[in-house]
Every structure is written in structure tokens, then in C-alpha cells.
Ligand binder design. Structure first.
Ligand code: MRU
Length: 362
């Protein structure tokens, strides 16, 4: 597909209404505790890479691009901490910071992609400075370069969100000729999961701006409830019509011809375009295929992992039993053994089209 006009929705460029994190001038990284949404808005401060890795692991911040952005800032704060202690930064120290952050969650490749970008900045700087110069200059310009890189990762993600949302909305309008769409989405791939307007929710927003959204059905997304707690909340804030459904209702809605297309985000995409996304995505793709309903995936190029060929190679995170046994603090089951895979793999055969910031892959 060739270049797509960005003049969609009468040239309107929407801004996110909720954001997952902010870096303040005094070097405070504030992360919105998404575990408490939609009822409480609490910002948690991260002082270094260790705080940031914990916030990612405990899912205060989640969503593939957002954890990449948080990790980039965490990397910068880790380097800054060493500098403040009066030590000269070296490659081993930067690699250690990267490792701490990379170990926080395994499936979304955006995390290691972002820390790799940060490490490269450090490597280059260290390669071009002599020991004598480094001792004289200290780490000042390196710290500044790391900060700029993290800000760039953040702001570029906002750009990418907008671009892929336009790509996706244009493709859908051109291929599914309907006045208005009834859309099914899973998990949360909106502003809270990115540095901009979101990936799949970004496409939905662009379509909504043109009056083309009849309704969005948001899956609850057991067990972490990103659909009910986050997606429903975001869409309501945007005044986009949304109806919450239980995950197991999706097939029935498709059977009753209530869904025009399914659209989801992604945590990692392999070379053959198999997609890792929130657990339940694969089931939806099978249902969509059985009902001949288009199934779309939206993700930035930073979610594509060129090192992996097929979906079976993607590391799948297993999370704690408590996420399944409890809702909030309430135990809702006997203390039975639990299997809690957080992601699954949708094979390319089940995907109608994949949208990224530059183009469409069919
Ligand atoms: O466990 P989470 O909430 O981090 O999982 C998030 C998802 O699966 C999203 O769909 C994906 O990261 C895309 S976010 C734009």
C-alpha cells in the first residue's frame, strides 16, 4: 500500500486524554498507578532503574510501548544515580542497568528495544572519549544525551501512534464499506499503553472523529481486567460509545452478527508476522476467522522482533496465581493450583491485516 494521506478526520490531530507517565523537570519520573484505575488517580515516583523495573513488573505501567518508554527513563535515572554518586559511567554499569530493566517483563519486545537504544547512546559516547577527557568532563554530556534519547523515544511513540492510527483507519474505511462500525477490542491498547493516542484505540479514535463508530465492545480481559478498568474508562473519557462484555461473550456476539471487525494491539511480532498479545487474543482470532470477520492488529515497528521467525520462539510471561484467585483483595476461588499465562500467540493465518506507522501488511 502506498503513502496514506494524514488529512483524515478533517486534519484533526487528537491528543491523549490520559497518560501513563510523565518526566518532570526535577528528574522525577511519575508513573500513573494503573492498578488503581478507574477509581483512583495515584502517581508513583521512580527514582532509579530499580524503582522503574518494579513499577513495570508490578504493572503500575503496562502496555508494550509504555513500558518501553518507562524503561528508557529508568535507564537515564539509573545512569544519573551513578553520576550523582561521583562515579564515572562505564559500559558494564550501563549494561547492568539494561539487564535490571529487561528482566522486569519478558514478552513485550519494546522494553528491550528501548533499553538497547539507550545502551547504544552510552556505547557510542564511551567509545569516543579518552580516559583523560572522561575524568575531566565527568559524565555531564553523556547524561544529557541519555535524557534526550529517552525523551525522543517518548515523543516518537506519540508520532507513531498517530501515524499508525491514520494508516489503520484509512485501510478500514477503504476495505469495509459501512456507514458505521461495531468493533470488538481486547485488553488495553490505548493512551494508557503508549506515549500517544494508542494503537488499536488510536485507530478507533480516528474512525470516531469521522463519525464512523457505532459501538465498541470491550472485553473485560481476565484476569487483570485491562478491558473493564482501562479501555472502558478511556473510551468513556473520549465519549466513544462503549459496551463492556465478558471475554466469553465474544463468540455469541459474532454469531449474532453484532461485530464488524476485531482490532487489537501487540507485544511482539515475529518475522513471519505471528503476534503475541494479551491472553485471549488467539481465541478471538479463531472465532473471527470462523465467522469471517476481519481481524486487525496495530503496533509500531518497535514491536517487530527481527530476531525471531515464528511465534513459538516468543517468551510468554506467566504471572502470579493471585491475579486469578483474587479480584482486588477479594479471594474468589479456593486456593487451587493456577496457570496464568499472560499472553498468547496469534498465527499470521488468522490476521487480516497488520497496521504499523508506515504501512499495512496484509
Ligand atoms: O499485560 P499488559 O497489560 O501489559 O498487556 C498489554 C497488551 O497485551 C496490549 O494489547 C499490548 O501491549 C499493546 S499496547 C499498545
Amino acid at each position: 500500500m502506498g503513502k496514506i494521506s494524514k488529512k483524515t478526520a478533517q486534519g484533526v490531530r487528537p491528543e491523549p486524554k490520559v497518560i501513563p507517565l510523565k518526566m518532570q523537570e526535577n528528574d522525577n519520573l511519575l508513573i500513573l498507578d494503573q492498578r488503581l484505575l478507574p477509581h483512583k488517580t495515584v502517581w508513583v515516583e521512580c527514582k532509579d532503574e530499580i524503582d522503574t523495573a518494579r513499577a513495570i513488573k508490578d504493572m503500575l505501567v503496562r502496555g508494550a510501548p509504555a513500558i518501553g518508554i518507562a524503561a528508557a527513563y529508568g535507564f537515564y535515572l539509573g545512569a544519573k544515580k551513578i553520576d550523582k554518586a561521583g562515579k564515572l559511567l562505564n559500559l558494564a554499569a550501563l549494561q547492568k542497568i539494561k539487564k535490571t530493566l529487561d528482566n522486569s517483563r519478558p514478552t513485550a519486545v519494546n522494553l528491550s528495544w528501548a533499553t538497547e537504544c539507550m545502551l547504544k547512546v552510552g556505547e557510542q559516547w564511551l567509545r569516543h572519549i579518552s580516559v583523560a577527557e572522561h575524568q575531566k568532563e565527568k559524565n555531564t554530556s553523556l547524561i544529557l544525551e541519555l535524557f534526550n534519547e529517552a525523551v525522543e523515544i517518548h515523543t516518537e511513540d506519540a508520532e507513531r501512534c498517530y501515524d499508525m492510527s491514520v494508516v489503520g483507519a484509512e485501510y478500514i474505511k477503504n476495505t469495509l464499506k459501512k456507514k458505521k462500525y461495531r468493533i470488538l477490542t481486547h485488553c488495553n491498547a490505548g493512551s494508557l499503553a503508549t506515549g500517544g493516542i494508542g494503537t488499536s484505540l488510536g485507530v478507533i479514535r480516528m474512525l470516531h472523529l469521522e463519525g464512523k463508530v457505532e459501538n465498541v465492545f470491550a472485553d473485560e480481559t481476565r484476569p487483570y481486567l485491562q478491558g473493564s478498568r482501562l479501555t472502558a474508562y478511556e473510551l468513556m473519557k473520549e465519549k466513544i460509545p462503549v459496551t463492556l462484555i465478558t471475554d466469553s461473550m465474544a463468540g455469541f456476539l459474532m454469531q449474532k452478527d453484532m461485530i464488524d471487525f476485531v482490532i487489537v494491539g501487540a507485544d511482539r511480532i515475529t518475522r513471519r508476522h505471528d503476534v503475541a498479545n494479551k491472553i485471549g487474543t488467539y481465541s478471538l482470532s479463531v472465532l473471527a476467522k470462523a465467522h469471517k470477520i476481519p481481524f486487525f492488529v496495530v503496533a509500531p515497528l518497535s514491536t517487530f522482533d527481527p530476531r525471531l521467525v515464528s511465534g513459538g520462539e516468543i517468551p510468554i510471561e506467566e504471572r502470579s496465581a493471585d491475579e486469578v484467585l483474587k479480584v482486588g483483595e477479594h479471594l474468589i476461588a479456593a486456593k487451587v493450583p493456577v496457570l496464568n499465562y499472560s499472553f498468547d500467540i496469534t498465527p499470521r493465518e488468522n490476521i487480516t491485516a497488520l497496521f504499523h506507522e508506515e504501512s499495512v501488511i496484509r
